[in-house]
Design a protein around this ligand. Structure first.
Ligand SMILES: NC(=O)c1ccc[n+]([C@@H]2O[C@H](COP(=O)([O-])OP(=O)(O)OC[C@H]3O[C@@H](n4cnc5c(N)ncnc54)[C@H](OP(=O)(O)O)[C@@H]3O)[C@@H](O)[C@H]2O)c1
Length: 297
């Protein structure tokens, strides 16, 4: 709310699936929304309620708003947009939720600061249908007074707002780390489904076993994290030599079935490298050492 109790007008620049979802959630939360998209379309064509105003230019949208949200393809696109709106931004906080690498998001924040823009980096961690629901999750980083000004946006987007301090790299780093886990995980599921399929096991029959494996992964993460933090691999739960034998069988069976074994082979090779350095009775988790860099002293 403004000091006069009126919800601030929110400008949304970029009305792809995510920008449109943000605009819809903002309107549903009672904000007046003024939207802009590079390719001009009407509010109904963009899937927006009819009372969302569509501006002709980004500057016009910014001028009409108290808070600005930028949601375009990448940081090349958002950088050009920030340069265009900077003279009109004034005291408004600009939240950029366009995806990028941590390097991109830090460079964009530096550029925005150079242009005198109050700027917050955001990362939307959920697909569009969850925006504006209790299951939404958005990460934020920026100066505390600028993050504070985004309280109405956080309320409108719903769910969890993770406020992560002033390092603009952090939302993108967490976003990429989660997507790393997600994509490699679901690719592995596809691989495993195909492998089972070569033995006449249809995907639906494999599914409960896949769910069980994923649950086991989830349950093991806390211990794995503890091992990695302590850099100790001595629980005796899953020996390196035993796991390497399993991985060899997965790779061999995939090859025999004519299915690319690359993902499993990568893990097998990491395990074989670990076997060359540590005793076979070390926990398999020791493969982390290749990824972690020099141990802290
Ligand atoms: N969709 C999701 O589930 C999801 C989830 C999390 C994060 N995100 C992130 O949210 C951002 C937006 O994603 P999206 O799903 O809406 O679709 P998108 O395809 O990534 O982006 C489309 C939007 O970017 C605009 N755009 C592209 N290049 C532009 C440029 N040079 N100048 C101005 N506008 C430009 C497009 O305008 P035109 O219509 O004119 O092409 C359109 O509004 C992305 O960074 C994406 O990674 C999306």
């Amino acid at each position: 709310m403004n000091t006069n109790g009126i919800p601030p007008v929110i400008a949304v620049l970029g009305l792809g699936p995510m920008g449109a979802a943000i605009a819809r959630a903002s309107a549903a939360a009672g904000h007046q929304v003024v939207a802009w998209n590079r390719t001009r379309r009407t509010a109904p064509e963009l899937g927006l309620p009819g009372d969302v105003a569509v501006a002709d230019t980004p500057v016009e949208a910014v001028a009409a708003a108290g808070i600005v949200i930028v949601c375009v393809r990448d940081h090349a696109a958002s950088g050009a947009l920030l340069a265009e709106i900077a003279p009109a931004a004034g005291d408004r906080v600009v939240l950029n939720v366009s995806s990028g690498t941590p390097e991109d998001t830090v460079a964009s924040a530096r550029d925005a600061a150079g242009r005198g823009i109050r700027y917050v980096t955001g990362a939307v961690m959920v697909p569009t249908p969850l925006v504006g629901t209790a299951d939404c999750a958005v990460l934020y980083a920026g100066a505390s007074e600028d993050r504070g000004a985004l309280a109405p946006v956080m309320a409108a987007l719903g769910g969890t707002s993770d406020v992560l301090g002033d390092d603009h790299a952090v939302p993108a780093a967490l976003d990429l780390a989660m997507l790393d886990l997600y994509f490699v995980g679901i690719y592995t599921h596809l691989h495993a489904t195909a492998l089972a399929g070569t033995f006449g096991i249809d995907p639906g029959r494999f599914l409960p076993y896949a769910r069980s494996a994923v649950a086991t992964v989830g349950e093991s993460l806390a211990d794995l994290t503890d091992a990695v933090v302590r850099r100790r691999y001595d629980s005796g739960q899953a020996r390196l030599d035993m796991c390497l034998a399993f991985l060899d069988r997965i790779v061999q069976t995939s090859r025999d079935a004519g299915i690319d074994p690359a993902a499993a082979a990568l893990v097998r090779d990491a395990s074989a490298r670990a076997m060359a350095r540590w005793p076979g009775g070390t926990d398999w988790d020791v493969v982390a050492e290749d990824l972690l860099g020099a141990p802290r002293t």
